[in-house]
Design a protein around this ligand. Structure first.
Ligand SMILES: [Zn+2]
Length: 345
């Protein structure tokens, strides 16, 4: 009997020593010490043992139970430590490996230029005003002195949503909205997207951005307009750039003018490294913006007395400004989202 018990003990100890996982160990615990386990069966068998041997054999069985229990705990500790080690090894970070560089995006050149424009005009005391991109003919045309038969009102030139709503064709409606709700003095710019029924090509886009400017006060003259726009051009392109004004026509200004600048890309020389400048086609000049004194009819329409107040307005295409500055020859580059283009700015 004792030999049998010793043999079982050896068998259990050997099996435990070979166990490599917690699951395996649990199986062994059940097999030896579980309700139906082999060692448990020994205890149950005690009642069949002769009374005079019962004490001795009982002690041996108990000792075996204790020893196997202790071996189980020991083995469990060893296996747990090994598993933890393996986990740590798997999770180890090699701090000597080079990091993975995350590519950071940056602002579109148009946004950068818009912010620069805003900064310059704010430094001249202008405030920034915004207006809706979906406008009514009232703000986009009527209040800006567009006659009823003006071609801009045609569906060929303007994107209408329905009869009463359209995508604004310029940022000028913001002037009207501001003048309707405030009184002079006004000194504002209004940057934003505008829409025309144009086909996308090298120089045209159905969507582009403008900055509108408006100053209305007592005794504002064309001299003020010259001064502000010259200052803007000099801050934006540098003081070497020269300006000139040519008479023009817009429904909402009278008199009206176009402002040209010497080509910032070739510095007015018409050539870059001996080749004809691609920005000004060799002329040395570029048309930059439209401007003029606010038409009397526009002032009257918002309830301002033109005998008392005068003002000037201008509209700048942000894409044009950017193209001249960086020598970009196609407007569509701005809208294609090509990283090779964008990352140059
Ligand atoms: Zn040029």
């Amino acid at each position: 009997m004792i030999d049998q018990i010793k043999a079982l003990e050896d068998k259990a100890a050997k099996a435990l020593a070979e166990a490599t996982s917690k699951e395996h160990l649990e199986e062994l615990r059940v097999a030896f010490l579980g309700k139906k386990g082999e060692i448990t069966a020994l205890s149950r068998g005690m009642k069949d043992v002769a009374a005079e041997q019962r004490k001795e054999i009982g002690q041996v069985v108990n000792a075996v139970k204790e020893r196997i229990g202790a071996l189980l705990d020991e083995r469990l500790a060893v296996i747990a430590a090994k598993e933890r080690e393996a986990e740590l090894a798997a999770a180890r970070v090699d701090v000597t490996l080079p990091g993975r560089r995350r590519r950071l995006g940056h602002l579109s050149p148009l946004t950068q230029v818009e912010r620069e424009i805003n900064r310059i005009f704010q430094s001249l005391g202008f405030v920034i005003e915004l207006g809706p991109e979906v406008e009514t003919p009232h703000y986009n045309f009527d209040q800006l002195n567009f006659p009823p038969d003006h071609p801009a009102r045609d569906a060929q030139d303007t994107i209408f949503i329905d009869e009463g709503r359209l995508l604004r064709t310029h940022t000028s409606p913001v002037q009207i909205r501001v003048m309707e709700r405030t009184r002079p003095p006004i000194r504002m710019i209004a940057p934003g997207w505008v829409y025309r029924s144009d086909t996308l090509d090298a120089t045209h886009s159905p969507m582009f951005s403008q900055v509108e400017g408006l100053v209305v006060d007592d005794g504002i003259t064309f001299g003020d307009l010259f001064g502000v726009l010259n200052e803007f051009v000099h801050q934006f392109y540098g003081t070497n750039v020269k300006t000139r004004f040519r008479p023009s026509f817009f429904p909402f200004t009278e008199p009206s003018a176009e402002m040209d600048i010497t080509c910032p890309f070739c510095e007015g020389k018409g050539t870059v490294n001996g080749a004809r400048c691609r920005v000004c086609s060799g002329s040395g000049w570029k048309e930059l913006l439209g401007c003029g004194m606010v038409d009397e009819n526009v002032l009257k329409a918002v309830g301002y007395d033109p005998e008392h107040y005068t003002g000037f307005a201008f509209g700048i295409g942000i894409e044009r400004l950017t193209m001249f500055k960086y020598g970009v020859n196609e407007i569509r580059h701005f809208f294609e989202g090509d990283v090779r283009f964008i990352s140059q700015f």
